[in-house]
Design a protein around this ligand. Structure first.
Ligand SMILES: *Cc1c(COP(=O)(O)O)cnc(C)c1O
Length: 448
């Protein structure tokens, strides 16, 4: 049995031994260089007008790709959420359901519109918001559901559509991680009333920096998004009149970013196809490791594989007495030592991020707009979210590269090595005193 790198054995994946061509992201080709020169030569650098230029071309191409009638490009994925909510005209103080497991931006976009995020526990299979848990949290003040297709897998949209229709709620997709994924044959971006995407450089459709896209089938929502994108000005007029029709800021996308994203969009389907093969091959080679739970993909949807999340089950590993968090900590150490770049994604449920615990907001708003009850932070408020955070690790970058197949198989090889050494690792896991990060503030009560 090979000695673990953690105990002085040789690393499975030596530092620098993985060729950059296999794991770099994003991939920049001659097409991207050429597109930037095209913008510089055009003299048209932003999206002050509608109809022409790189920004409008990206909007047309993305609308066509996802199958949505309308698309507006904006400055980033967080601004996209804020603008989608602005376009919907939801009043300050209203509640919006947001998943307890996501990137913080999913809730920040709402708070910036003075909406109160109400956090909902997740589904253990999809890792997206649980429709059953969402239903329990709907109040007369609820106006919208913001569903995140977490890690690239579409959420249970049939259930969310029914819930939204039943209660007259706006259904928003935060599709920042799910470019190209589909549900019942329809791409994310067409599954709710309005959808937001990020073009951040780490996403599946990256630009050279920051960017975002908003899709919808509703011409009125689209018109309002465009109005809110630039100072409330109506740019469909022949000449710019500098009249602000609604109070709004500036969230336009630059032409260089649009041109770069168009090059990436040309290759998105090809990269996605390669990713399906590479990820599947890695998972196939891991299928026989006891206690390793690989992500499930229900038959009615496809996965964009933005993030790969693997869960570890102490019971199936024959150590039911070990806390899942302790086991995950030891596996993390062992796998990092072997050179596998695993990370935790979100250390606490979103509502327990300090910003939300303290409810500082804008001088206590938007929460002050409601007679919100005092907050309690009970450890069992988000049982699935906390269980998933405790017992899993994620792979976040290498697999985005379409040539990552060999690198992923080396990760799998390292995992096999670690599993062969479980007998040495489990006693260590048993002896560590594990406290989840929220043990410091759960059960405490904070006055609103
Ligand atoms: C990245 C991300 C965002 C924010 O996008 P930015 O372009 O970085 O502002 C929002 N929601 C989710 C789920 C994300 O992963």
């Amino acid at each position: 049995m090979a000695k673990l790198a953690m105990f002085g054995g040789s690393r499975t994946i030596d530092r620098g031994s993985v060729p950059a061509e296999q794991i770099r992201w994003p991939i920049v080709t001659e097409a991207e260089h050429e597109s930037a020169r095209r913008v510089f030569d055009s003299g048209s650098f932003t999206s002050n007008s509608t109809g022409g230029g790189e920004v409008a071309a990206l909007e047309r191409e993305w609308a066509e790709f996802v199958g949505a009638p309308y698309c507006a490009a904006v400055s980033n994925g967080t601004a996209a959420i804020e603008l989608a909510l602005a376009a919907a005209g939801i009043e300050p103080g209203a509640e919006i359901l947001v998943p307890a497991l996501s990137f913080v931006a999913s809730a920040v976009g709402a708070v910036q519109r003075m909406l109160v995020p109400v956090f909902v526990d997740i589904d253990p299979v999809t890792f997206a918001m649980s429709p059953a848990a969402a239903k329990e949290l709907i109040t007369p003040r609820t106006r919208a559901i913001l569903v995140v297709h977490l890690h690239g897998l579409p959420a249970d949209m049939t259930a969310f559509r029914a819930l939204a229709d039943q209660h007259g709620l706006l259904l928003i997709e935060d599709a920042a991680q799910s470019h190209g994924a589909s549900y019942l044959g329809q791409r994310t971006g067409t599954l709710g009333d309005i959808a937001t995407f990020s073009l951040n450089v780490v996403k599946n459709l990256p630009t050279c920096g920051e960017g975002g896209l908003i899709t919808t089938a509703d011409p009125e929502l689209h018109r309002k998004v465009v109005l809110h994108r630039q100072f409330g000005e109506d740019l469909t007029r022949r000449e710019r009149d500098y009249v602000s029709r609604v109070l709004a800021g500036n969230a336009k996308l630059s032409a260089v970013q649009a041109a770069f994203a168009r090059c990436q969009l040309d290759r998105l389907a090809e990269y996605d196809a390669a990713r399906q093969v590479n990820v599947r091959a890695m998972f196939d080679s891991l299928a026989d490791l006891p206690g390793l739970l690989l992500p499930a993909v229900p038959e009615d949807r496809t996965h964009a594989w933005h993030i790969l999340r693997m869960r570890f089950d102490p019971v199936a590993m024959g150590c039911p007495e070990v806390a899942p968090g302790a086991l995950r900590t030891i596996l993390h150490r062992a796998l990092r030592a072997e050179g596998v770049p695993l990370q935790q994604y979100q250390l606490v449920p979103l509502p327990w991020q300090e910003a939300f615990r303290e409810r500082a907001g804008f001088g206590g708003y938007p929460w002050k707009l409601n007679d919100v009850a005092p907050v309690t932070h009970r450890a069992d408020d988000y049982p699935v979210t906390t269980a998933v955070i405790e017992d899993s690790l994620t792979l976040q970058r290498w697999h985005l590269n379409p040539n990552s197949g060999p690198a992923l198989l080396r990760c799998a090889e390292a995992m096999h090595k670690v599993w062969e050494n479980l007998d040495t690792l489990i006693p260590i896991a048993r002896s560590v005193e594990h406290r989840p990060p929220w043990s410091e503030f759960t059960e405490e009560r904070v006055e609103a």
